[in-house]
Write a protein that binds this ligand. Sequence first.
Ligand code: MG
Ligand code: MG
Length: 288
Amino acid sequence: MMAEAGAAGRVEDGFAELERVLLDDPGGRGLADLVVPGDLAGASEILLRAESPAIVTGFFIPDAGAAETDGPPGALALGRAISVLGRQTTFVTDEACRPVLEKAGLVPLVVSDGSHEGWDADCLVAVERPGRAADGRYYSMRGRDLTPWTAPLDGWFLSPGPRWRTIAVGDGGNEIGMGKAPGGAERRAPTGQRIASIVPADRLVVAGVSNWGAWGLLAGVSLLAGRRLLPTEDEARADHEAVFAAGAVDGKSGRAAPTVDGLDWSVHAAVRARLDAVVRGVLGPAPT
Ligand code: MG
Ligand code: MG
């Protein structure tokens, strides 16, 4: 009895620590205000139980003509862990983001009209995917209208199928899921109110960079499952390199650089290591 209570307490403390790591806020976006308490644990539970998960990702940068580097590396890590759990992942994107995802090895289902004919899922996970604003249009963080390049895949989160559970990972306010955040992006002048996504999710994971949120979700599933599902440093680095090599661009600079949200690999590696340390603290050291 005591041992069980101790284990549950360790998992709970682990989730609190994971949230602290994810809230490293390199863009100074005031992320702490956007967190829904308990949602990282709730999202981890949904993903652990999902039989047929689908991951929706791809954020198009029109000036560069390619998807950004945030999102697909997280999706690669999620897909790998889901296959370790014995399930298959469907990756979904739209035409504009298709080339990067395909070349990065995600083999996406390409949907341009928001329909879900011919495929089904019991759990949808959005990772850095535009969510519509109150005016029904999609915006970049700088307020650029992305609607001409963005398929309405967020409609699935606005009115999910009866057996779909939804999870969303975001880092700015304009992504799918941020409609659930308390306060949304309203406080971020001058474009905040206009770009704020109204699209909710059952569970919202907020992180300084969306790829970190995907890792955080895997760290959370690791705590619940008692299995190590985070990518190793080598795997995570290979995921990033695959996405850069596929022609993705940094979402902040719009440049074809090996960075995500303006941050070098070393910053991402350090966050992954901190998440890993939390998992090891709860599960014990990795077997050698
Ligand atoms: Mg973002
Ligand atoms: Mg980002």
